[in-house]
Design a protein around this ligand. Structure first.
Ligand code: SAM
Length: 322
């Protein structure tokens, strides 16, 4: 909320789902709001649904009829396009229809209107959100909505034998920052145990040096491309330019993490990439982030800073070594 207040003048915010979803009312027009978001690159704003229409829930078939009529009125904007439909309900919303039933109705309206209902790579998204008393509906591009996942909730399939849920953070960072880990050769993973991040990088064909006093999962021993150093990050040393990727997911105070990563940065080649999780354990997360980014900017160009869906009390930095 603080980030949004700093970003927008004259913002009025009301909470639709505690700590998760807010209704923003702004004096600026839609294009000005989108421009502010593009330029301000907010860290915590994961999804933005325009409210083009809203209605008090009637809790009967009129709700569906209204959604269908609204979408028919929008058909001029959607004809010939691939259109995805996202339907979400706030916890406790009495909206009586399932997401699947609502989507089926809206997909039929889209097909009538000459649009192609599409789950993947849509040109436009129709986004519906039901609260305890209101239906909100809006249309935008995935870029405007900041995500092509409903509510920005990126989901990955859990694999058999997956070592940790932390792996999802590195997968999401790859998607969010437009990376392909397979393009790197040798990664340093600081704070690697139990080994979710290491396993992903090994699967992508990288050599990995994993540093952690704790033990890595035994399944990783099969990789001859893995070097494990069961040490504190402050005790290890590497030749300069040994790595082209540095990743760090230490649950550690942000400033200490920053110092440890900075001490190991000479081992990263110039132009090398770093993906770092920053723990936000203090009450002033924006201040912590500013301090960490200011320190890292001595050695790195900061290309991305986001609280990913799979981050909890933390955020992720994507950086390139100068
Ligand atoms: C959240 S876990 C990392 C999870 C890992 N990314 C994964 O995917 O499985 C944090 C790890 O950081 C390690 N750690 C904390 N402080 C460290 C330090 N100073 N040096 C090395 N590792 C450290 C902890 O031992 C712990 O295993």
């Amino acid at each position: 909320m603080e980030e949004l207040r700093r970003l927008f003048d004259g913002l009025s915010l009301s909470q639709l789902s505690p700590g998760e979803v807010f209704l923003m009312q702004l004096p600026q027009d839609r294009e000005a709001v989108l421009q502010t978001v593009r330029e301000g690159k907010p860290i915590f704003l994961r999804h933005l649904q325009p409210v083009d229409a809203s209605r008090t829930l009637s809790l009967d078939a009129d709700d569906l009829d209204w959604l269908g009529d609204w979408l028919r009125l929008c058909r001029g904007k959607l004809a010939g396009m691939r259109v995805g439909v996202h339907v979400r309900k706030a916890d406790g919303s009495p909206y009586p229809y399932s997401a699947a039933d609502t989507r089926a109705l809206l997909d039929a309206v889209l097909a009538e209107a000459g649009a192609e209902p599409a789950h993947k790579q849509p040109d436009r998204l129709v986004s519906i959100y039901a609260t305890k008393d209101t239906l909100y509906a809006g249309i935008g591009t995935p870029e405007e909505m900041l995500s092509d996942w409903p509510g920005g909730a990126v989901r990955f399939q859990k694999e058999d034998g997956q070592i940790s849920r932390a792996k999802f953070k590195l997968l999401e960072a790859e998607r969010e920052f437009g990376l392909d880990y397979a393009n790197f050769k040798h990664a340093l993973d600081i704070g690697a145990a139990p080994g979710g991040w290491t396993s992903l990088l090994l699967e992508r064909g990288l050599k990995v040096t994993a540093v952690d006093p704790a033990e890595l999962h035994p399944s990783l021993r099969a990789y001859r491309t893995l070097t494990v150093l069961r040490k504190n990050a402050s005790e290890v040393k590497f030749d300069p330019d040994s790595f082209d990727l540095l990743v760090c997911d230490m649950s550690w105070s942000p400033m200490q993490m920053c110092r440890l990563v900075q001490d190991l940065t000479p081992a990263l080649q110039s132009g090398g990439t770093a993906i770092v999780t920053v723990k936000l354990m203090h009450r002033k997360p924006l201040q912590t982030i500013r301090e960490v980014m200011s320190r890292f900017s001595e050695q790195f160009e900061i290309l991305g800073a986001r609280q990913l869906f799979h981050n909890r009390e933390e955020m992720t930095l994507y950086m390139k070594k100068k």
